[in-house]
Each structure stands twice: as C-alpha cells, then as structure tokens.
Design a protein around this ligand. Structure first.
Ligand SMILES: NC(=O)c1ccc[n+]([C@@H]2O[C@H](COP(=O)([O-])OP(=O)(O)OC[C@H]3O[C@@H](n4cnc5c(N)ncnc54)[C@H](O)[C@@H]3O)[C@@H](O)[C@H]2O)c1
Length: 444
C-alpha cells in the first residue's frame, strides 16, 4: 500500500468562477443551490452520489467518494463569473429554459444576486455573438490583469479560501497552437502585442493559471492545452486538464464503442447528427466554431477502436458528425446515431439510437465534479495535466507522444484508482485471485 499524498483539508469556502454564464453555468449554479437546500438531488454527479470500493469485495467497504476524499461541501461554494450579457443567473436560467421555472423561483433571491462581471470578449473568435458587457484595455496582457483583479476582489468579497475556474463560455473558432503558444515568454509577449492567435479563453486561462488557480475548459477550443500554459501550470502549481464536457452523443459513443470492440465486432460506419436550438447551437452554426467541435467529437472513435491494430474490423470505418441549429428544440437536443456493424462471417447489422437528451442537464454535474476534483488536486499538490479527469471530457489531454484514453470504463477505473492512490489505499486491479482458497499467499 502506498503512503498516499498529503492532502490538505477542504477548510473554508471555495469560489467557482465560470467565464460564460449561459445555459450550462446557470443550470450548474441553480442545481447546486437547489441541492443544498434539499429541493432536488444532484443526479449525475459522481462526487455527490458515487461510492468507491476499498479493499476486497468481501470487505463490503464502499464509502461515498465525498466521505473518502476531502471535498468541499456544497454549502461552502460561492459562485461567480463573467459574461458579455448582463443577465443575472436567475435571468439567464429563465431564458435558457432548462430547469422548470417553479424550481428557479424557489431560489430566485440567491440566483438574482449572482451577476456576471464584464467579460474579455472579441467577436472575431465567436462570430455569432456580440455583447456590450465587456472589458477594454490597451492590450491582452492588460485584460488578463483586469481578470486577475476581478478574482482577487471576488475572493475577498466572498471570503473564499480557494478559487477554481471552469470555462463555460461559447465555443471559439478553430485555432492550432503556433509559435506564441510554445513558451511562457512567447505567450506573455503575445499578450502584450495583441497577438491574434491568443483568443479570449486563453486570456482567462492565463489569468487563472498565473495566480495558481486550477483551470478547466468545458468547450472544445484551444485554451490551456499548449506548452506555454502547461509549463506555467506546473510552475504555479495549478492543476489543468483536457477539454470539452463529455455529454450526449459522445458520452454514448464512449459507452458503446468499447462494448463492440470488446466483443470483436466490426464497424463500417457511424453517422451522428443532432438538432439543437440553444445559443450553443446557434454559435456552432458558424462553420469556424463547428470545426472546433467537429475535431473534438471525431477523435474519440479512432482511439477506442484502434484501426491500426484491427484493420479488418475498423480499417474502413466512415465516421461523420453533424450539428444542425434548429431553434424550436431549445436546449432539448435530439441526437440520432446510425451505426453499421458487422459480425461472424462479415454479416452486416445496424443499430439506431435516438437520444432525446438535455445538454445542460448532462453538463451541469460535470462542472461541479471538475471544480471539486481540481480543487482536491490542488490541495494534494498535483499540478499540470490531470489525466485522471479524462472521464469527463471529449478531448482529454496527455503529454506529447502519449495516446489519450477515451473508453469511459477505463477512464472511470483510472479516476477511482487515482483517488485510492491519493489516499494511500490499495489499487484495485480486478484480478481477484485472493477469493480462491487454493491460491497460496505467494501467488496473490
Ligand atoms: N451542454 C453541453 O452538453 C456541452 C457539452 C460540451 C461542451 N459544451 C460547451 O460549453 C459551453 C457552454 O455551453 P452553453 O450551452 O452554456 O452555451 P450558452 O451559449 O448558453 O452559454 C455560453 C455563454 O458564454 C458567453 N460568452 C461567450 N464568450 C465569452 C467570453 N469571452 N467571456 C465571457 N462569456 C462569454 C455567452 O455570452 C453565453 O452566455 C459551449 O462552448 C459548449 O460548446 C456544452
């Protein structure tokens, strides 16, 4: 058994800051407030409802995760954020129409009191949006400094001990890492020179990481996943991770594909299409924002199915993903999947999935879990990429040369074993030899 890490207790309050206070952020905040008042259960949250097995199966010891690792209590969370619109969280939640209005009205006072700070925004990076509630500065470094001042003021005003930032803003245009993203020096120079390769989400990420604050990116755009900010996160002791909340269709893909592969069933095609009508859908109607999303959604199947290892089964797979903006649906997305598989003697079969899902209902618990786990990682002295949180993401990030894991079940085992390792508990391999009396002690 390892010694475990020296994890500091979750004393005092945690401020969770979200750049972007639209559907996902308002559903997350309203849900946490409703849960702590006992109005609803935080369903979908592993930190709140999940158990973890410790020791042998026969020990029957399976505490709640939140009682096993020191996590911040829901009662000790303060909420804040930024948006280009001035709507309070109550107004944003009512407009998005994700949670029922009667529930929102029960917590109206708390939600109305949470108002966004002025955003760092540039319509060049999100073509479909424009807003007036924005900051101005001589250059991008000055904007980053204004964000840092916001965070200090928030921390003081709310009496928080610690902060975490989770990007819940719109998907920005597709950008690839360039020279400015390679070193901390080049990036800081780029901030001072208003380099166009630095998008607003990167300015938020820089501000948080520079202050040693953990940073998560819920969207697929390039934000903190490049060498300059990865180096900075190790230097300042800030945990970071991959990106793009794994909800809806991609969640389904990473549940189903490992099953087909486990049974050595072949696949010739996977066609996915969606209709959705929320603001996210409108933003993704812009081809440049969609390209960012498409890259993120397409990558999962290849790494799960390993066509290079199984060319007969997956070598000719045609994978296509479409998103269609269709306003009548609002946040209630419909995702269709047609999967063409083949079995014994190459005989073809089809599977059709029609997932009538609710995007923000699936994303909100991820915001909570990521914020609480990143804060835990920070208190455990873990900095840089937290690959064990890939469970929640469409685009996990790994060190150069290392393939990410997309299989949800491998990701879950990795996450739970990381928690056991942090706390000095034995890792669970599922070998199970210890349950058979004829196995000698030496063989175990
Ligand atoms: N809901 C899901 O299932 C899901 C899954 C994966 C990823 N995401 C991503 O999460 C993000 C949020 O989704 P949503 O449904 O809440 O979208 P939304 O449009 O309702 O909210 C996004 C908010 O971000 C604000 N914003 C945009 N740029 C900003 C900036 N620079 N600074 C501050 N605020 C800014 C917008 O004004 C808007 O209010 C999107 O990028 C989406 O792609 C959502």
């Amino acid at each position: 058994m390892s010694q475990g890490l020296n994890v500091k207790p979750a004393a005092g309050k945690l401020g969770i800051l979200t750049p972007g206070m639209g559907a996902v952020a308002s559903t997350f905040i309203a849900g946490v407030i409703a849960s702590r008042k006992g109005l609803r259960l935080p369903i979908g949250s592993v930190t709140q409802l999940g158990h973890i097995r410790l020791g042998k199966r026969t020990d029957n010891h399976q505490p709640l995760i939140k009682n096993f690792v020191p996590l911040t209590e829901l009662a000790d969370i303060e909420f804040g954020g930024w948006d280009i619109f001035e709507d309070s969280v109550y107004e944003a939640a009512v407009k998005c129409g994700v949670l029922p209005k009667d529930l929102l009205d029960e917590i109206k006072d708390e939600l109305s009191a949470i108002k966004p700070m002025k955003a760092v925004f540039d319509n060049y990076y999100v073509k479909k949006l424009d807003g007036t509630h924005v900051k101005h500065g001589a250059n991008k470094m000055e904007l980053a400094e204004q964000l840092m001042a916001d965070m200090k003021a928030f921390k003081e005003a709310k009496g928080c001990d610690r902060l975490v930032m989770v990007w819940c803003g719109s998907t920005e245009i597709y950008l690839k890492p360039s020279a400015v993203h390679q070193t901390i020096e080049a990036f800081e120079e780029g901030l001072r020179n208003n380099d166009p390769a630095i998008a607003p989400s990167m300015i938020y990420a820089y501000a948080a990481i520079k202050m040693g604050i953990p940073y998560a990116n819920g969207a697929p755009n390039l934000s903190a996943d490049f060498p300059a900010l990865e180096d900075l996160s190790r230097e300042t002791g800030s945990p970071t991770m991959g990106k793009d909340f794994k909800t809806g269709q991609t969640l389904m893909k990473t549940i189903l594909a490992p099953g087909f592969k486990a049974r050595m069933l072949g696949m010739s095609g996977w066609f996915s299409t969606n209709i959705l009508g929320n603001r996210d859908g409108e933003v993704l109607d812009d081809p440049e924002s969609f390209k960012t999303k498409e890259e993120s959604k397409l990558s999962v199947l290849d790494t799960i199915l390993q066509p290079e290892l199984y060319p007969d089964l997956y070598g000719d797979l045609y994978h296509k993903v479409r998103i269609n903006y269709y306003p009548p649906r609002g946040d209630n997305k419909e995702g269709w999947d047609n999967i063409d598989i083949f079995g014994w003697m190459g005989m073809p079969m089809q599977i059709k999935i029609d997932f009538l899902c609710r995007d923000s209902i699936l994303a909100a618990p991820i915001v909570l879990d990521l914020a609480l786990f990143l804060d835990l990682a920070k208190r455990a002295g873990m900095s840089g990429i937290q690959e064990w949180l890939s469970f929640y993401l469409k685009s996990p990030v790994t060190p150069a040369g290392l393939q990410p894991e997309h299989d949800l079940f491998i990701q879950q085992k990795k996450m739970k074993n990381t928690l056991r390792w942090m706390m000095g508990e034995e890792l669970i391999t599922h070998l199970g030899r210890e349950y058979y009396e004829d196995v000698s002690q030496d063989d175990r």
